[in-house]
Design a protein around this ligand. Structure first.
Ligand SMILES: Nc1ncnc2c1ncn2[C@@H]1O[C@H](COP(=O)(O)OP(=O)(O)OP(=O)(O)O)[C@@H](O)[C@H]1O
Length: 808
C-alpha cells in the first residue's frame, strides 16, 4: 500500500501519534481475521529453488488460533485492541515481501474517508473544494485558477498551522503548569515529526492545468518535480479522460507511462470517492496493464506508486509476473486496484482461478504497454486468451440447469424456455456489449510498423492477413470505438537528445572495440546489448577481468538475479572500486524495452540488432526525458548491409520530411548517425589486455561448463548408439564440422591448470596497472587517466569532441 506517511504525520499530527501511543500500551486481543489478512512471513528457501515459477512460495504464520464455528473455520489473530482498520497495515500482510503491502478494498475506501477528511480538516479545505469546483468552470474562470497549484500548499499550510498550535500549547503548558493534558502529552511523541519539512523550491504547475486534472493529482505530480507534461502526456491524457480508446505513439523516454498512468489513477480516485459517497462495495480492479517483460512490469508499478505517494489516498498496485510465487500473487489480486502483469503469468493465474477473472472483469482500463512487442512472438497466444476471457460474460449456474433435457409434457415449457433462452442470450449479448463498452483500451509504444500506423491514422483499412498478425489481435481487442491515434513524434523515431554513432571494426575485433569504447569514456554508465544469452555470459566476465564493473541480464537468469543485476547497475555498484569506471549492464533484448534507468549515458550495440524497432528501443535506454545520451553501433563487415538497411529504415521518415534524397550512406550521415574514427593505434595498444582477459574468461567458463558439456556428449553418444569417449569421438570426426575448432579451443581452455590460470591473471594485472601511451603529447591511457584526458583535449587523439566525436 502506498500510503503517504509523511503527509499523514504532518497533516494529522494529533491523531497519528496518539494512535501509536495507545497501541503501545493497549492489550492484544484475538479477533477473527481473513486468511489473506494474516501476517504471513516468507520462509527463506534455498536459492536453487528461486526460479521454480512460484511453486516454492513457502510462508508461515505464528500466533494464530484456528477455531471451528459450525462449518466455518475462523482464524483468530492478535489485533491490538485499539487498532483502527485504517492503520498502516504493513505487518498485516507481512507475507507480501516483494510488494508493497496491499490493503483490503473496504479499507481503501475507508482510507479515502480518513486521510482525506483529516487532510481537509488540517489543511485548506475551502481551497481544495473550490479547486475541484473550478475544474468544471468555463475556461476564462480557469485562467484565474492557473496559478492555483502554485499557491496551493496544503502540506506546508497544515504544517505551519500545526506547529503554531503546538507552540501555543507548549507555551500554555509552561505558564499554567497545570497537570499534563493528554493532548499535550501526545505532543511529546510528535516532537520530531512536527519539525517543519525542508522547504522545497516552489514549482509552477500551470502547464498541467489545461489537462483538467484534479488538484490533488497536480500536487502529487508536483512532488515528482515534473513542471510540465510531455508532448504525449499533453495529447493523450485529455483523450483518455474524455473516455476514448487511445493508441499512443511517442519516442522512447518521453513519459508514456504517466500518459496512461495519470488518467488511470484519476479514475480510481473519483470512483473511490463515489463509492464512499454511495456507500458502495468495491467491484474489483480498476485497470489491467500488460507489459512484455517482468522488469518493465515492476518498473511501471514503481512508477505509478511514486506518483501515488503524493496523494492523500492511493490505490493498491500489484505486479503479476513469472518468477514470483503464484499463491502470493493470487492473494494480492483479490485486493488489487491496479494490476500490472506479463501475459504468460496473468493468463496462468486467470485461467486457474475464477475469482481472479471475476475481479478483473469490471476493469475500466485495459492497457497494453510496448504493444507492438506484446502482440508479437511468445505473448500472442496468452494475450488473445486474456482478451477473450475479459469479454466473456460470467457463467451463471442456473444456465447449466436450463440446458438439461426434460419430458414430453415439458415440450411446451421447453419452447417457452427456448424463447426465454434466446431472450436471455440477447440480453447477455447486450450485457456483453455493455460490459465491453465500460472498458477503455489504451495502447502505447514508441514503434508501430508503418502499415499499421497508416491504418491507425485512418489512412487505410484494417485487414489482418493472418491470425498471427498484430492487426488480428487489435481486432480482438474489441475497441468500443475507433481508437484515437495520438502520435507525438510523427517525424523522428529516435529520442530528441540522442547522438548516434557507428564504429566499423573486424568481426573478430568486437571485444577489443567494445573495451576501447568503454575505456574512452569510463565514467559514463553504459548498457551493452548483444543478440544472444551466450554473448552476455561471455562478455560479462571478460569485462570484469579488465577491471570494469559489469553485470549480466538475460532471460536465462533466475528472476531474483535479473532484478539484482538491475539494482546493482542502478546503484552504479563497483564504480569506485574499479578505477572510477561507471557500471556496465551487459544484456540481451530483454532489457531493450521500457527500462527507465537513470543516468545511462551510453548504449552500445555489440551486435547489430535484428530489427529496426529493436535498435530504436535499445538506443532509447539513454537520452530519456530531457537528458542526453549516446548510442554506438559496433559494426563488422558482415553486418554493414543490414546496418545500412536498418538505420535507413529508422531515419527514413525524417529524411523524407526533410526532403533529402540520395543513397543510404548519405542518409546515415545526414540523419545524425556518424561514423566514429577511434584512433586505431590506441586500440592496438589495448589488444594484449583484451586477449588475456578473454583467455581467462574462456578458461573459467570452459571449466564451469565442462561437466555439463560432458553430460551432453554422453547423452548424444547414447543417442548415436556409441560408447562415450570424447577424445575418440573427436578423432573420429563425430563432433567435427563447423564448431570443431571452437570445440578444440574450449577443450584447451578447460584443460588449463590452476597455475597457468594464475600466471595469466598476474600478467593481466600487470598490464592493467600500466599506463598506455596514446602517442599524443605523451599522454597515457589507463582507467584513471582517460577521464582526465577526456576532460581536456579529447579532440586531440580522437579527432573530435565528446570522446567519440559525436559533437559538432
Ligand atoms: N512530465 C514529465 N516531466 C519530466 N519527466 C517526466 C515526465 N513524465 C515522465 N517523466 C520521466 O521520464 C522518464 C521516462 O518516462 P517513461 O519511462 O514513461 O518513458 P516511455 O515513453 O515509456 O519510454 P519507453 O518507450 O522507453 O518505454 C521517467 O524517468 C519519468 O519519470
Amino acid at each position: 500500500m502506498a500510503v503517504d506517511k509523511k503527509r499523514k504525520n504532518t497533516k494529522a499530527p494529533a491523531s497519528g501519534p496518539k494512535r501509536r501511543k495507545t497501541q503501545q500500551s493497549s492489550k492484544q486481543i484475538k479477533r477473527p481475521v481473513s486468511v489473506d489478512a494474516l501476517a504471513w512471513k516468507t520462509v527463506d528457501i534455498p536459492e536453487m529453488f528461486d526460479d521454480a515459477e512460484g511453486f516454492f512460495g513457502l510462508e508461515e504464520i505464528t500466533g494464530v488460533d484456528i477455531v471451528k464455528d459450525g462449518d466455518v473455520v475462523k482464524f483468530m489473530a492478535a489485533v491490538p485492541k485499539s487498532e483502527a482498520e485504517v492503520e498502516d497495515d504493513g505487518e498485516e500482510f507481512g507475507g507480501f515481501d516483494d510488494e508493497e503491502t496491499p490493503k483490503p478494498a473496504e479499507n481503501a475506501d475507508q482510507e479515502v474517508e480518513t486521510s482525506e477528511s483529516k487532510a481537509e480538516a488540517a489543511s485548506t479545505p475551502a481551497k481544495e473544494k473550490k479547486a475541484s469546483k473550478d475544474q468544471k468552470k468555463p475556461k476564462e474562470q480557469q485562467k484565474q485558477q492557473k496559478q492555483q497549484p502554485k499557491k496551493e500548499q496544503p502540506n506546508k499550510a497544515a504544517n505551519k498551522k500545526n506547529a503554531e498550535d503546538k507552540k501555543k500549547a507548549r507555551k500554555n503548558e509552561k505558564t499554567t503548569a497545570e497537570p499534563k493534558d493528554p493532548e499535550l502529552e501526545t505532543d511529546l511523541f510528535t516532537k520530531l515529526e512536527e519539525l517543519p519539512e525542508p522547504e522545497e523550491e516552489e514549482i509552477d504547475m500551470s502547464e498541467w492545468v489545461p489537462l483538467d486534472l484534479s488538484p490533488r493529482m497536480i500536487s502529487s505530480i508536483a512532488k515528482l518535480r515534473f513542471s510540465k507534461p510531455t508532448v504525449i502526456q499533453s495529447k493523450a491524457i485529455p483523450e483518455i479522460m474524455a473516455g476514448h480508446d487511445v493508441i499512443g505513439k511517442a519516442s522512447t523516454g518521453s513519459g508514456k507511462t504517466l500518459a496512461f498512468g495519470i488518467p488511470v489513477i484519476e479514475s480510481w480516485l473519483s470512483a473511490a470517492e463515489t463509492r464512499k459517497q454511495n456507500k458502495e462495495e468495491r467491484k474489483g480492479a480498476t485497470a489491467l496493464i500488460l507489459s512484455p517483460t517482468r522488469e518493465l512490469a515492476q518498473q511501471i508499478r514503481d512508477h505509478l506508486q511514486a506518483l501515488c505517494k503524493g496523494l492523500p489516498t492511493a490505490p493498491y498496485i500489484c505486479s503479476v509476473l513469472g518468477g514470483m510465487a503464484v499463491q502470493k500473487q493470487k492473494r494480492q489480486l483479490q485486493v488489487a486496484d491496479i494490476v500490472i502483469a506479463t501475459p504468460g503469468r496473468m493468463w496462468e493465474v486467470m485461467s486457474s482461478d475464477n475469482s481472479v477473472l471475476a475481479s478483473l472483469r469490471n476493469i475500466s482500463f485495459l492497457v497494453l504497454d510496448e504493444a507492438d512487442r506484446l502482440l508479437k512472438d511468445g505473448h500472442f497466444k496468452e494475450a488473445e486468451e486474456i482478451f477473450k476471457a475479459l469479454d466473456r460474460p460470467p457463467v451463471e449456474e442456473n444456465n447449466e440447469d436450463q440446458k438439461m433435457g426434460g419430458t414430453d409434457e415439458e415440450g411446451q415449457e421447453e419452447e417457452e424456455e427456448d424463447s426465454e433462452e434466446e431472450e436471455e442470450e440477447e440480453e447477455e449479448e447486450e450485457e456483453e456489449e455493455e460490459h465491453v463498452n465500460k472498458r477503455q483500451t489504451l495502447i502505447f509504444s514508441a514503434t508501430f510498423n508503418k502499415n499499421l500506423q497508416q491504418k491507425l491514422a485512418g489512412k487505410s483499412k484494417f485487414k489482418a492477413t493472418s491470425t498471427q498478425d498484430m492487426e488480428y489481435l487489435l481486432q480482438k481487442l474489441n475497441f468500443r470505438e475507433t481508437p484515437k491515434f495520438v502520435d507525438a513524434n510523427p517525424v523522428h523515431q529516435m529520442a530528441e537528445n540522442l547522438k548516434e554513432g557507428l564504429i566499423m571494426c573486424g568481426d573478430m575485433e568486437k571485444d577489443l572495440y567494445l573495451y576501447a569504447t568503454l575505456m574512452l569514456q569510463p565514467t559514463r554508465r553504459a548498457l551493452v546489448f548483444t543478440n544472444s544469452v551466450n554473448s552476455v555470459r561471455r562478455l560479462t566476465p571478460l569485462l570484469e577481468n579488465l577491471n570494469l564493473p559489469a553485470f549480466p541480464l538475460h532471460s536465462g537468469m533466475i528472476q531474483q538475479a535479473r532484478l539484482r543485476s538491475i539494482d546493482r547497475f542502478k546503484a552504479n555498484e563497483g564504480a569506485k572500486k574499479k578505477n572510477g569506471s561507471a557500471a556496465i549492464l551487459v544484456a540481451t533484448d530483454v532489457a531493450a524495452r521500457g527500462l527507465d534507468i537513470p543516468d545511462v549515458d551510453l548504449v552500445i550495440h555489440y551486435h547489430v540488432p535484428r530489427a529496426a524497432e529493436d535498435y530504436v528501443h535499445r538506443s532509447g535506454r539513454t537520452a530519456r526525458a530531457s537528458n542526453s545520451g549516446t548510442s554506438i553501433l559496433l559494426c563488422g563487415p558482415k553486418e554493414a548491409v543490414p546496418t545500412q538497411r536498418l538505420v535507413a529504415k529508422v531515419h527514413a521518415q525524417a529524411e523524407v520530411k526533410a526532403g533529402n534524397s540520395g543513397n543510404n550512406t548519405k542518409k546515415l550521415v545526414s540523419s545524425g548517425l556518424r561514423t566514429i574514427d577511434i584512433d586505431r593505434r590506441i586500440v592496438a595498444k589495448l589488444r594484449e589486455r583484451v586477449d588475456l582477459a578473454k583467455k581467462i574468461a574462456d578458461a573459467v567458463q570452459a571449466k564451469t561448463m565442462g561437466g555439463k558439456e560432458d553430460d551432453w556428449m554422453k547423452k548424444a553418444a547414447e543417442d548415436l548408439g556409441v560408447d562415450y569417449d570424447s577424445e575418440e569421438l573427436e578423432k573420429a570426426g563425430k563432433w567435427g564440422g563447423k564448431g570443431s575448432s571452437k570445440k578444440q579451443k574450449q577443450k584447451e581452455a578447460q584443460q588449463m591448470s590452476k597455475g597457468e590460470l594464475a600466471s595469466l591473471r598476474a600478467a593481466l594485472r600487470d598490464l592493467l596497472s600500466k599506463r598506455i601511451n596514446t602517442g599524443v603529447s605523451e599522454r597515457y591511457l589507463t582507467g584513471l587517466d582517460v577521464s582526465e584526458l577526456l576532460k581536456g583535449e579529447q579532440g586531440l587523439f580522437l579527432g573530435q569532441v565528446d570522446g567519440l566525436g559525436l559533437d559538432d
